[in-house]
Design a protein around this ligand. Structure first.
Ligand SMILES: [Zn+2]
Length: 312
Protein backbone atom coordinates (compact mmCIF):
# COMPACT_ATOMS: atom_id res chain seq x y z
CA UNK A 1 0.00 0.00 0.00
CA UNK A 2 1.22 3.48 -0.79
CA UNK A 3 1.42 6.47 1.46
CA UNK A 4 0.15 9.11 -0.96
CA UNK A 5 -1.38 11.21 1.83
CA UNK A 6 1.84 11.19 3.83
CA UNK A 7 0.29 8.74 6.28
CA UNK A 8 2.48 5.85 7.28
CA UNK A 9 1.45 2.19 7.24
CA UNK A 10 3.38 -0.48 9.13
CA UNK A 11 2.95 -4.02 7.84
CA UNK A 12 3.33 -6.87 10.35
CA UNK A 13 2.25 -9.67 8.02
CA UNK A 14 -1.49 -10.02 7.77
CA UNK A 15 -1.87 -7.06 10.11
CA UNK A 16 -1.17 -3.49 9.05
CA UNK A 17 -1.01 -0.56 11.46
CA UNK A 18 -2.56 2.50 9.82
CA UNK A 19 -0.71 5.21 11.73
CA UNK A 20 -2.80 8.29 12.38
CA UNK A 21 -1.80 11.90 11.80
CA UNK A 22 0.61 13.32 14.37
CA UNK A 23 1.55 9.78 15.35
CA UNK A 24 -2.02 9.08 16.42
CA UNK A 25 -2.32 11.90 18.92
CA UNK A 26 -5.91 12.74 19.84
CA UNK A 27 -8.17 13.43 17.95
CA UNK A 28 -6.27 11.06 15.65
CA UNK A 29 -5.47 7.44 16.33
CA UNK A 30 -3.86 4.28 14.98
CA UNK A 31 -6.12 1.70 13.37
CA UNK A 32 -5.39 -1.91 12.43
CA UNK A 33 -6.28 -3.68 9.23
CA UNK A 34 -6.26 -7.50 9.41
CA UNK A 35 -6.49 -9.35 6.11
CA UNK A 36 -7.46 -13.02 6.28
CA UNK A 37 -7.99 -15.42 3.39
CA UNK A 38 -11.76 -15.24 3.92
CA UNK A 39 -12.38 -11.88 5.56
CA UNK A 40 -10.81 -8.49 6.19
CA UNK A 41 -11.39 -6.64 9.47
CA UNK A 42 -10.63 -3.07 10.42
CA UNK A 43 -10.09 -2.29 14.10
CA UNK A 44 -10.92 1.17 15.50
CA UNK A 45 -11.15 3.07 12.20
CA UNK A 46 -9.87 6.53 13.14
CA UNK A 47 -10.00 9.86 11.33
CA UNK A 48 -6.84 8.72 9.51
CA UNK A 49 -8.77 6.00 7.70
CA UNK A 50 -10.87 8.58 5.84
CA UNK A 51 -8.08 9.82 3.50
CA UNK A 52 -7.01 6.18 2.96
CA UNK A 53 -10.44 4.90 2.03
CA UNK A 54 -9.82 4.55 -1.72
CA UNK A 55 -6.82 2.31 -1.30
CA UNK A 56 -8.11 -0.03 1.41
CA UNK A 57 -9.22 -3.54 0.42
CA UNK A 58 -12.93 -4.30 0.88
CA UNK A 59 -13.66 -4.52 4.62
CA UNK A 60 -16.03 -7.24 5.87
CA UNK A 61 -16.26 -6.26 9.56
CA UNK A 62 -15.50 -3.35 11.85
CA UNK A 63 -14.27 -4.04 15.39
CA UNK A 64 -14.24 -1.24 17.95
CA UNK A 65 -12.22 -1.60 21.16
CA UNK A 66 -14.80 0.63 22.85
CA UNK A 67 -17.37 3.29 22.10
CA UNK A 68 -15.49 6.61 22.14
CA UNK A 69 -15.70 9.24 19.40
CA UNK A 70 -12.12 8.94 18.12
CA UNK A 71 -12.29 5.13 17.80
CA UNK A 72 -15.48 5.12 15.73
CA UNK A 73 -14.70 8.18 13.56
CA UNK A 74 -14.24 6.04 10.43
CA UNK A 75 -17.03 3.52 11.07
CA UNK A 76 -19.35 5.41 8.71
CA UNK A 77 -17.12 4.43 5.75
CA UNK A 78 -18.13 0.80 6.30
CA UNK A 79 -21.88 1.08 6.63
CA UNK A 80 -22.37 -2.16 4.65
CA UNK A 81 -20.29 -4.20 7.15
CA UNK A 82 -21.30 -5.38 10.63
CA UNK A 83 -19.90 -3.31 13.51
CA UNK A 84 -18.72 -5.30 16.54
CA UNK A 85 -18.28 -3.88 20.05
CA UNK A 86 -18.29 -5.49 23.47
CA UNK A 87 -21.85 -6.00 24.61
CA UNK A 88 -21.44 -3.49 27.47
CA UNK A 89 -20.55 -0.63 25.07
CA UNK A 90 -23.25 -1.40 22.49
CA UNK A 91 -25.72 1.29 23.63
CA UNK A 92 -23.22 4.03 22.73
CA UNK A 93 -23.16 3.13 19.05
CA UNK A 94 -26.96 2.80 18.86
CA UNK A 95 -27.73 6.40 19.77
CA UNK A 96 -26.03 9.72 20.41
CA UNK A 97 -27.91 10.09 23.72
CA UNK A 98 -26.49 6.79 24.92
CA UNK A 99 -23.00 7.73 23.73
CA UNK A 100 -23.28 10.97 25.71
CA UNK A 101 -24.28 8.95 28.78
CA UNK A 102 -20.95 7.10 28.55
CA UNK A 103 -19.12 10.43 28.96
CA UNK A 104 -21.59 11.89 31.48
CA UNK A 105 -20.62 15.53 30.85
CA UNK A 106 -22.34 18.45 32.58
CA UNK A 107 -25.13 20.02 30.47
CA UNK A 108 -23.35 22.90 28.67
CA UNK A 109 -20.37 20.72 27.77
CA UNK A 110 -22.68 17.91 26.75
CA UNK A 111 -24.41 20.18 24.24
CA UNK A 112 -21.15 21.38 22.72
CA UNK A 113 -19.62 17.92 22.58
CA UNK A 114 -22.64 16.43 20.78
CA UNK A 115 -21.82 18.68 17.83
CA UNK A 116 -18.16 17.77 17.93
CA UNK A 117 -19.02 14.07 17.94
CA UNK A 118 -21.35 14.47 14.95
CA UNK A 119 -19.35 16.94 12.88
CA UNK A 120 -15.69 16.25 13.63
CA UNK A 121 -15.98 12.54 14.38
CA UNK A 122 -18.75 11.70 11.88
CA UNK A 123 -20.85 9.83 14.42
CA UNK A 124 -23.75 7.96 12.88
CA UNK A 125 -25.88 5.72 15.05
CA UNK A 126 -26.10 2.08 14.11
CA UNK A 127 -29.28 0.25 15.17
CA UNK A 128 -27.87 -3.27 14.79
CA UNK A 129 -24.32 -3.51 16.17
CA UNK A 130 -23.02 -7.01 16.99
CA UNK A 131 -22.04 -7.88 20.57
CA UNK A 132 -18.54 -9.13 21.34
CA UNK A 133 -17.89 -11.39 24.32
CA UNK A 134 -14.76 -11.98 26.32
CA UNK A 135 -12.82 -14.93 24.87
CA UNK A 136 -14.62 -14.90 21.54
CA UNK A 137 -12.49 -15.68 18.47
CA UNK A 138 -13.21 -14.27 15.03
CA UNK A 139 -11.83 -16.53 12.31
CA UNK A 140 -10.74 -14.60 9.21
CA UNK A 141 -9.09 -17.54 7.42
CA UNK A 142 -5.30 -17.85 7.96
CA UNK A 143 -5.75 -15.25 10.67
CA UNK A 144 -7.87 -14.85 13.78
CA UNK A 145 -8.72 -12.21 16.37
CA UNK A 146 -9.36 -13.03 20.03
CA UNK A 147 -11.43 -10.65 22.16
CA UNK A 148 -10.21 -9.87 25.68
CA UNK A 149 -12.56 -7.81 27.86
CA UNK A 150 -10.40 -5.16 29.56
CA UNK A 151 -12.78 -2.69 31.26
CA UNK A 152 -12.06 0.46 33.24
CA UNK A 153 -11.60 3.06 30.51
CA UNK A 154 -15.18 2.22 29.54
CA UNK A 155 -17.29 -0.69 30.73
CA UNK A 156 -16.89 -2.61 27.51
CA UNK A 157 -13.29 -1.73 26.60
CA UNK A 158 -11.50 -4.68 24.96
CA UNK A 159 -8.05 -5.78 23.82
CA UNK A 160 -7.68 -7.77 20.62
CA UNK A 161 -5.02 -10.43 20.07
CA UNK A 162 -4.27 -11.12 16.42
CA UNK A 163 -2.69 -14.31 15.15
CA UNK A 164 -0.50 -15.44 13.46
CA UNK A 165 1.17 -12.00 13.68
CA UNK A 166 1.06 -12.08 17.51
CA UNK A 167 -0.12 -8.50 17.85
CA UNK A 168 -1.92 -7.33 20.99
CA UNK A 169 -4.05 -4.24 20.36
CA UNK A 170 -4.47 -2.36 23.64
CA UNK A 171 -6.93 0.33 22.57
CA UNK A 172 -6.86 3.14 25.12
CA UNK A 173 -4.56 1.38 27.56
CA UNK A 174 -2.35 3.67 25.58
CA UNK A 175 0.88 3.61 27.62
CA UNK A 176 1.32 7.40 27.43
CA UNK A 177 2.90 9.64 30.03
CA UNK A 178 -0.57 11.10 30.69
CA UNK A 179 -1.48 7.82 32.36
CA UNK A 180 -4.74 5.88 32.57
CA UNK A 181 -7.95 7.76 31.78
CA UNK A 182 -10.88 6.82 34.03
CA UNK A 183 -12.74 10.14 34.05
CA UNK A 184 -16.00 9.25 32.28
CA UNK A 185 -19.31 8.25 33.81
CA UNK A 186 -18.64 4.77 32.41
CA UNK A 187 -15.05 4.59 33.64
CA UNK A 188 -13.84 2.75 36.72
CA UNK A 189 -10.50 3.26 38.43
CA UNK A 190 -10.60 -0.14 40.09
CA UNK A 191 -11.58 -1.99 36.91
CA UNK A 192 -8.73 -0.18 35.16
CA UNK A 193 -6.31 -1.45 37.81
CA UNK A 194 -7.52 -5.03 37.26
CA UNK A 195 -7.06 -4.52 33.50
CA UNK A 196 -3.48 -3.28 34.02
CA UNK A 197 -2.69 -6.46 35.96
CA UNK A 198 -4.27 -8.51 33.18
CA UNK A 199 -2.17 -6.68 30.57
CA UNK A 200 0.99 -7.36 32.57
CA UNK A 201 0.42 -11.10 32.24
CA UNK A 202 -0.17 -11.04 28.50
CA UNK A 203 2.44 -12.13 25.99
CA UNK A 204 2.76 -10.97 22.42
CA UNK A 205 5.46 -10.02 19.96
CA UNK A 206 3.92 -6.66 19.04
CA UNK A 207 1.88 -4.32 21.19
CA UNK A 208 -0.19 -1.64 19.48
CA UNK A 209 -2.00 1.27 21.11
CA UNK A 210 -4.52 3.64 19.58
CA UNK A 211 -2.64 6.81 20.58
CA UNK A 212 0.92 8.05 21.06
CA UNK A 213 3.04 4.94 21.47
CA UNK A 214 1.58 3.27 18.40
CA UNK A 215 3.64 0.12 18.04
CA UNK A 216 6.07 -1.59 20.40
CA UNK A 217 8.05 -4.75 19.74
CA UNK A 218 9.12 -7.10 22.51
CA UNK A 219 7.71 -7.80 25.94
CA UNK A 220 10.43 -6.04 27.95
CA UNK A 221 9.78 -2.77 26.15
CA UNK A 222 6.07 -3.23 26.66
CA UNK A 223 6.39 -4.00 30.40
CA UNK A 224 8.59 -0.98 30.97
CA UNK A 225 6.01 1.29 29.31
CA UNK A 226 3.12 -0.45 31.06
CA UNK A 227 4.68 -0.07 34.51
CA UNK A 228 5.38 3.62 33.95
CA UNK A 229 1.81 4.09 32.72
CA UNK A 230 0.35 2.26 35.74
CA UNK A 231 2.51 4.22 38.21
CA UNK A 232 0.64 7.40 37.27
CA UNK A 233 -2.33 6.10 39.30
CA UNK A 234 -0.28 5.80 42.49
CA UNK A 235 1.34 9.17 41.84
CA UNK A 236 -2.07 10.87 41.54
CA UNK A 237 -3.20 9.23 44.77
CA UNK A 238 -0.04 10.24 46.63
CA UNK A 239 -0.44 13.86 45.47
CA UNK A 240 -4.07 13.80 46.57
CA UNK A 241 -3.11 12.58 50.06
CA UNK A 242 -0.53 15.34 50.29
CA UNK A 243 -3.14 17.94 49.25
CA UNK A 244 -5.51 16.58 51.93
CA UNK A 245 -3.13 17.44 54.74
CA UNK A 246 -5.52 20.40 55.01
CA UNK A 247 -9.27 19.69 54.82
CA UNK A 248 -10.52 20.13 51.24
CA UNK A 249 -13.72 19.73 49.28
CA UNK A 250 -14.08 17.80 46.03
CA UNK A 251 -14.46 21.19 44.27
CA UNK A 252 -11.07 22.25 45.57
CA UNK A 253 -9.57 18.92 44.55
CA UNK A 254 -10.98 19.27 41.02
CA UNK A 255 -9.64 22.82 40.72
CA UNK A 256 -6.20 21.87 42.00
CA UNK A 257 -5.77 19.34 39.16
CA UNK A 258 -4.21 15.94 39.45
CA UNK A 259 -5.00 14.42 36.05
CA UNK A 260 -4.36 17.42 33.80
CA UNK A 261 -1.77 20.11 34.37
CA UNK A 262 -3.10 23.50 35.48
CA UNK A 263 -2.01 25.06 32.16
CA UNK A 264 -3.86 22.47 30.01
CA UNK A 265 -6.78 24.27 28.38
CA UNK A 266 -9.13 21.30 28.33
CA UNK A 267 -12.83 22.21 28.59
CA UNK A 268 -13.75 18.89 30.21
CA UNK A 269 -10.86 19.04 32.70
CA UNK A 270 -12.94 19.90 35.75
CA UNK A 271 -15.50 17.16 35.07
CA UNK A 272 -12.72 14.63 34.50
CA UNK A 273 -10.79 15.71 37.62
CA UNK A 274 -13.93 15.47 39.72
CA UNK A 275 -14.79 11.98 38.51
CA UNK A 276 -11.24 10.62 38.52
CA UNK A 277 -10.15 12.02 41.86
CA UNK A 278 -13.60 11.38 43.37
CA UNK A 279 -12.89 7.68 42.86
CA UNK A 280 -9.54 8.01 44.63
CA UNK A 281 -11.21 9.93 47.44
CA UNK A 282 -13.87 7.25 47.86
CA UNK A 283 -11.25 4.53 48.03
CA UNK A 284 -9.13 6.44 50.55
CA UNK A 285 -12.20 7.05 52.71
CA UNK A 286 -13.13 3.36 52.54
CA UNK A 287 -9.62 2.45 53.63
CA UNK A 288 -9.73 4.95 56.50
CA UNK A 289 -6.88 6.98 55.01
CA UNK A 290 -9.01 10.11 54.68
CA UNK A 291 -11.94 11.20 56.84
CA UNK A 292 -14.82 13.58 56.23
CA UNK A 293 -14.09 16.03 59.04
CA UNK A 294 -16.87 18.50 58.11
CA UNK A 295 -19.68 17.87 55.62
CA UNK A 296 -17.95 17.70 52.22
CA UNK A 297 -14.45 18.34 53.64
CA UNK A 298 -11.86 15.59 53.64
CA UNK A 299 -8.65 15.31 55.62
CA UNK A 300 -5.83 12.79 55.33
CA UNK A 301 -5.48 10.65 58.43
CA UNK A 302 -2.18 9.91 60.06
CA UNK A 303 -1.26 6.21 59.98
CA UNK A 304 -2.62 4.04 62.82
CA UNK A 305 0.80 3.98 64.51
CA UNK A 306 1.10 7.73 64.53
CA UNK A 307 -2.43 8.11 65.94
CA UNK A 308 -1.36 5.75 68.76
CA UNK A 309 1.74 7.81 69.42
CA UNK A 310 -0.24 11.04 69.45
CA UNK A 311 -2.62 9.61 72.03
CA UNK A 312 0.04 7.71 73.96
ZN1 LIG B 1 -11.33 6.03 24.74
Amino acid sequence: MGTAEGLEDRSLGRTTVLIGERGGRYPHGNSLLVVGSEETVIIDPSLGVIPRRDRLPPVDRVLNSHCHEDHIAGNHLFSHAPWHLHKLDLPGIRSLDDLMAIYGLPAPLDRAFRNVVREQFHFVPRPDPVALQDGEVLELGMSRIRVIHAPGHTRGHCFFHIEPDDVLFLGDVELSRFGPYYGDAWSSLEDFEVTLRLARGMRARFYATFHHVGLLEGRDTFLERLDRFAEVIAAREARLLEFLRAPRTLDEIAQHRFVYRPQDAVPIAEAVERRSMGQHLERLAREGRVREVDPGRFLAQPSAGRVGEARG
